[in-house]
Design a protein around this ligand. Structure first.
Ligand code: IDP
Length: 146
């Protein structure tokens, strides 16, 4: 139970991107989140829509990789996940590793499981929110009922 003296638990939005779902890595990625000690509070396979992606990636509109990124995110289902736990926003980004899978360190999701496919967009398996504000905004976009 929460009251005015109990801070809401930190939560983040994770997406297993279409490359991760296609390659059968959803279970491995969820396993790593749980093994770190975070709680999965929502997990749903979804088809992204152009509207949700336009809002989700608004900060990247106009960049050269924006259109290929949206096209890639529409290329198959994504697994949308809400994970909860102290420090989960930064913690999941550590688990995910650097944006470029070639540069991502071994031990991270992108470093262990991703590589550079020589495409216009980095197919880097996962998304994780980068701040409390982004997390709450993105959870609202992907899970309007939460
Ligand atoms: P992040 O996912 O590591 O937070 P962002 O900079 O928020 O990285 O970029 C969002 C997504 O856009 C990345 O995960 C990646 O799929 C793609 N992306 C970012 N920068 C580039 C780039 O320079 N070339 C191609 N794709 C990119």
């Amino acid at each position: 139970m929460t009251d005015s003296t109990t801070p809401a638990p930190e939560r983040t939005l994770v997406l297993v991107k279409p490359d991760g779902v296609r390659r059968g890595l959803s279970g491995e990625i969820l396993r790593r989140i749980e093994a770190k000690g975070y709680t999965l509070t929502a997990v749903e396979l979804k088809n992204a829509t152009p509207e949700v992606l336009a809002a989700h990636y608004a900060e990247h509109e106009g960049k050269p990789f924006y259109a290929p990124l949206v096209e890639f995110m529409l290329s198959g289902p994504v697994l949308a996940v809400v994970a909860e736990g102290q420090g989960v926003i930064a913690g999941f980004r550590s688990l995910a590793g650097a944006t470029d899978p070639t540069a991502a360190l071994p031990g991270t999701i992108r470093g262990d499981l991703g590589r550079d496919w020589g495409l216009k967009v980095q197919q880097n398996l996962v998304h994780g929110s980068d701040s409390v504000e982004s997390a709450e905004r993105e959870i609202g976009l992907w899970f309007p009922a939460l």
